[in-house]
Ligand binder design. Structure first.
Ligand SMILES: [Zn+2]
Ligand SMILES: [Zn+2]
Length: 314
């Protein structure tokens, strides 16, 4: 009988679930007070929020200038370089696969554990609360380059790149993200975003001390900050437009490479719900490859694809 089939380590599935439950319970108990505090201070401290935002943008830039200056005296160590590359990759994937394709566009479905890991990695990338992120992003797709778009370069390249973060009206969570607000995993990571952001600094510090914090934490954040911002600014100004969308979205190779496929932004605006943004091997899409891999091993399903006829018609 199915329910009594032995799991590989000798436990029945039911027993296995019981064995792992206490760990999950402890994690939930530890995160609960933080989630409640975040809920209580939310929207009541705009000045505090703006100061934190400014710090998250300026501190990594200052640290990057310092890191470049240090390079004249001492070449970057292997541990620091590895931390930079691995964390850039992992947290970047958290943003592109987790925040953008899984949550904001619901381009595929996955297990709660995979969802939690992807979103925690995205939060380590200083992307803020995932539901706010999705609300702004859905508003962007609903009003792209028109009145109501939170970050169109038609109001200036700098505004689209970073200025909008300080000027946009609050994220309309209830209006754009009703379904997301009913998902306990998404809500948990959303409420504890600050914990994961700090973990993104603490982990490289624990591994390699202050130089680990510098390269794996701050310099990495400066890079990911500006690649993410560039999708909103550069990818609505510079690049090709194979699809005649109603907005100014562009395909940009540089951001396609640095942003794990997010630079194929004109394709994305043409087919917003598709999980794959790059079309063909000339448009590398690392995030799409990861989703394909997850699908192949049964960890992603209901993966949405652009209609082949529309792509061919291009
Ligand atoms: Zn866009
Ligand atoms: Zn999008």
């Amino acid at each position: 009988m199915e329910g009594l089939v032995e799991a590989p380590d000798g436990l029945t599935p039911a027993r296995q679930a019981h064995e792992t439950r206490p760990v999950l319970t402890y994690v939930l108990i530890a995160l609960a007070p933080i989630a409640v505090t975040a809920k209580l201070v939310e929207k009541r401290t705009p000045r505090f929020y703006e100061a934190g935002l400014l710090l998250a943008i300026v501190a990594p830039l200052v640290a990057t200038v310092y890191a470049m200056w240090r390079l004249w005296e001492e070449w970057i160590g292997w541990r620091e370089l590895t931390l930079f590359v691995v964390l850039y990759l992992l947290t970047g994937i958290g943003t592109t696969v987790g925040y953008h394709r899984l949550v904001a566009h619901e381009s595929f479905r996955t297990r709660p554990s995979v969802k939690a890991v992807l979103l925690a990695l995205g939060a380590m990338n200083v992307q803020g609360q995932v539901i706010n992120w999705a609300a702004y992003h859905r508003r962007h797709h609903a009003h792209s380059d028109r009145e109501g778009d939170p970050h169109s370069p038609r109001e200036g390249l700098l505004h689209a790149h970073v200025g909008w973060l300080f000027r946009a009206s609050p994220a309309e969570r209830e209006r754009y993200c009703k379904r997301l607000l009913a998902d306990p995993v998404i809500v948990l990571i959303d409420r504890t975003a600050v914990v994961w952001t700090l973990a993104g600094l603490l982990i490289p510090y624990i591994v390699a001390g202050s130089t680990g914090l510098l390269w794996g934490g701050l310099v990495r954040i400066a890079f990911t900050n500006h690649v993410t911002f560039a999708v909103n600014s550069i990818c609505h100004m510079y690049g090709s437009r194979p699809f005649a969308t109603k907005d100014a979205s562009r395909n940009n190779l540089l951001i396609g490479l640095l942003g794990f496929g997010e630079g194929w932004h004109n394709n994305h605006h043409a087919f917003p719900r598709a999980a794959f943004h790059g079309i063909g091997w000339r448009q590398p899409d690392v995030s799409g490859l990861i989703i394909r891999g997850l699908e192949r091993v049964g960890l992603a399903w209901d993966v949405r694809r652009a209609p082949a006829t529309a792509v061919d018609a291009r």
